[in-house]
Write a protein that binds this ligand. Structure first.
Ligand code: DC
Length: 661
């Protein structure tokens, strides 16, 4: 996951390949609650692992359910409808799919078995309405108190007296989750007689209620439904675990990859696995909307394949009530369409993770689009040329994910707070980057060159981490060559043999550690004798040439920070920012001394300084790629600077070169 402050996407060109979707949020949290309320063990396969499911799992654990990992599956030991604990404070983040159903279930359990539960979330959750659900529960005799503002979480659920008989009335036109919450929870109290729920107002987001009914059926509850107005939970209903249950891939998450195919798969398709034409999720109908805009989509059970069909896309006018979440993706696809795309009947966007109509309008305008918005619609007309923009994401995963698709319009796009995708798709950007192609020249590079022990490695890796970029420690490439030569007894002056060895080097990096084949050599490479040998090996032109391609291969989306001696002069002469880092020989010798002593290795400052100076001389005076600053390098002497201070200077210089001001 990218936990950086922002993530800059370079202009992206095309896309192809396979993506496996994480599990559906809607199905995961419904299944978890049903498993938690059922008796016995339910084994849940392919569960989504994200912020929203984590809060549900924490809540179930606090309520006394048992949760055990079983390989890739999760074994949930349910309560069997009996409270194990009668008091708990549950923090539910920004997960509507946890807040609403848990409110209903715990209100009923507290009323019938005694108990006091407090449910809260992040500040935005305390702005998301729940009053209609609370009203419905109060009609039944549940005790629900608002601990903050009336109509909103946090809530306290306390003992009460249920009175059955009358139909329970609930509004359906603000959020379908109120009805879903009641449907999931009311089987808890359906032993004696039928329970009838009547929906007032036009029910929105019906496909989500269909998911609820479908999963209730899997847990043995056969709800009868008259149109979308009246739902009956038959007397004697009781949850029965299906034993094993599989969670489909998330159809809303699929929308980004369907759109990706429609926009950018101009050769081989984007193949999506985990959700397909047999999906029980309403957002699968996003596919129809994407087709209407021009996507070429094929599909079967559990898979979809998408390519460009008509392009530019065609603008559409669509009532999106049935696909409220995925419809946000259409608003970004509109950037690639001829004409104005108009999405209507989306008032529910205003009460989601953020006011999504306002947010989409504001951010699309930054890209240059003309946007018209109303209480329940948005209309998007693309600009002649999309502008670079820094996109605010409002702690809303879907804004971050759908705006990443704007990077195919020719301009770079900055996504602020990219980690908000953790709500439903923590590895979203990694999945996207696995599919996209872009000419290497479009991938930004920052080089940090300098003499040995100048701290360039520490600086460069910190900058890479701050930007979410790849990191190339080219010193490790030469050290790995040296280590291999030493192990095989190849002499430091046998240029031809060293070059052959360098060309065949099986070097790759795993979590920042260098591996030669299957062996982690990170520690071995740091030895002083390996460093000295590296400096000798690195003086041979044939060796340097053999290692060139390997180093160029690190330039991948979203960007690269490379440190070494010749990153800015030879390997990446067109780098977007070049830093030449140095420090006095005395300072560097002292730093190396402290490093060695801290590892329990004996050393003398005077000897270290002599070694450093010898290596500086060799690295600077060799005929190929000598150590010297590129003419356009930013010179930084960090003798008197902390790592943070050096990093701040580099990031500042980088920011000035970015188009997002
Ligand atoms: O940065 P370092 O100490 O890990 O590098 C080890 C040796 O590799 C160094 O003495 C010179 C050589 N080197 C090089 O010639 N060019 C690079 N880009 C990186 C390292």
């Amino acid at each position: 996951m990218f936990a950086t402050e922002f993530l800059d996407l370079p202009p992206l060109h095309s896309a192809a390949g396979l993506v496996r979707l994480p599990g559906s949020k809607s199905i995961s949290n419904r299944v978890l609650l049903l498993a938690g309320l059922s008796a016995g063990t339910t084994v849940v396969h392919d569960l989504l692992d994200s912020d929203d499911t984590r809060v549900m799992l924490d809540a179930l654990r606090a309520l006394g359910c048992t949760l055990e990992r079983d390989g890739d599956a999760l074994r949930v030991g349910g309560l069997g409808g009996r409270l194990k604990t009668t008091a708990a404070q549950l923090f539910l983040g920004n997960a509507g799919t946890a807040m609403r159903p848990l409110t209903a279930a715990l209100a009923l359990l507290a009323a019938t078995q005694g108990g006091t539960f407090e449910l809260s979330g992040v500040p935005r959750m305390h702005e998301r309405p729940i009053g209609d659900l609370v009203d419905a529960l109060r009609q039944l005799g549940c005790t629900v108190d608002y601990l903050g503002q009336d109509g909103f979480p946090p809530l306290r659920l306390a003992p009460g007296t249920l009175h059955g008989g009358d139909p329970i009335r609930v509004r359906g036109d603000v959020s379908s989750q109120f009805l879903t919450a009641l449907l999931l929870a009311l089987p808890l109290v359906a032993q004696a007689g039928d329970i009838v729920i009547e929906v007032t107002g036009e029910l929105i987001s019906k496909p989500y209620v269909e998911i609820t009914l479908n999963l209730l059926a899997r847990f043995g509850i056969a709800v009868r439904r008259d149109g979308w107005q009246r739902f009956t939970i038959p007397a004697g209903s009781a949850y029965a675990s299906p034993g094993d249950i599989h969670v489909e891939g998330d159809a809303s998450s699929a929308s980004y990859f369907v759109a990706l195919g429609a926009i950018a798969a101009d050769g081989a398709p984007v193949r999506i696995e985990g959700v397909g034409s047999d999906s029980i999720q309403g957002d699968i109908r996003f596919v129809e909307a994407a087709r209407a805009m021009g996507a070429d989509v094929r599909g079967g059970p559990g898979w979809l394949e998408v390519k460009r069909g008509r392009f530019p896309l065609e603008a559409i006018e669509l009532d999106c009530n049935h696909i409220p979440d995925a419809a946000m993706t259409l608003a970004v696809m509109a950037l690639y369409a001829r004409g104005t795309t108009r999405l209507t009947n989306i008032a529910s966007w205003r009460v989601k993770e953020t006011d999504r109509i306002a947010a989409m309008a504001a951010e699309l305008r930054k890209l240059g689009a003309t946007v018209d918005e109303g209480a329940d619609f948005i209309a998007v007309t693309p600009p002649p040329q999309v502008r670079p923009a820094s996109i605010r994401t409002y702690d809303d995963h879907r804004i971050a994910m759908c705006f990443s698709l704007a990077a195919f319009a020719g301009a770079p796009v900055r996504i602020l707070d990219p980690k908000c995708v953790g709500k439903t798709f923590p590895e979203y950007f990694e999945a996207l980057f696995g599919l996209v192609r872009t000419p290497v020249e479009a991938v930004p590079v920052i080089t940090v060159d300098g003499p040995t022990a100048s701290g360039k490695g520490t600086l460069a890796s910190a900058v890479a981490r701050a930007l979410g970029y790849h990191f190339l420690d080219s010193g490790a490439v030469y050290r790995a060559t040296a280590l291999t030569a030493m192990r095989r007894g190849v002499a430091g002056d046998d240029e031809a043999a060293l070059a052959r060895l360098a060309a065949g080097l099986d070097l790759h990096f795993v979590d920042g550690d260098a591996h030669l084949g299957a062996e982690n050599v990170a520690d071995a490479l740091r030895a002083e004798d390996v460093g000295l040998m590296a400096s000798r090996v690195a003086a041979w032109p044939a060796v340097r040439e053999a290692l060139r391609q390997l180093q160029l291969g690190f330039r991948r989306v979203p960007g690269l920070v490379a440190d070494g001696r010749d990153m800015g002069t030879v390997i990446f002469p067109g780098a977007d920012l070049k830093v030449f880092l140095t420090a006095s020989a005395g300072t560097r010798a002292e730093r190396r001394y402290k490093q060695l002593i801290s590892k329990g290795i004996q050393a003398s400052i005077a000897d270290l300084r002599a070694d450093l100076e010898a290596r500086d001389a060799r690295d600077s005076n060799r005929s190929v790629a000598p150590l010297k600053p590129a003419p356009d390098a930013l010179l930084l002497d960090n003798s008197a600077l902390t790592v943070d201070a050096s990093m701040a200077q580099v990031l500042e210089a980088w920011e000035q070169r970015r188009p997002f001001a």
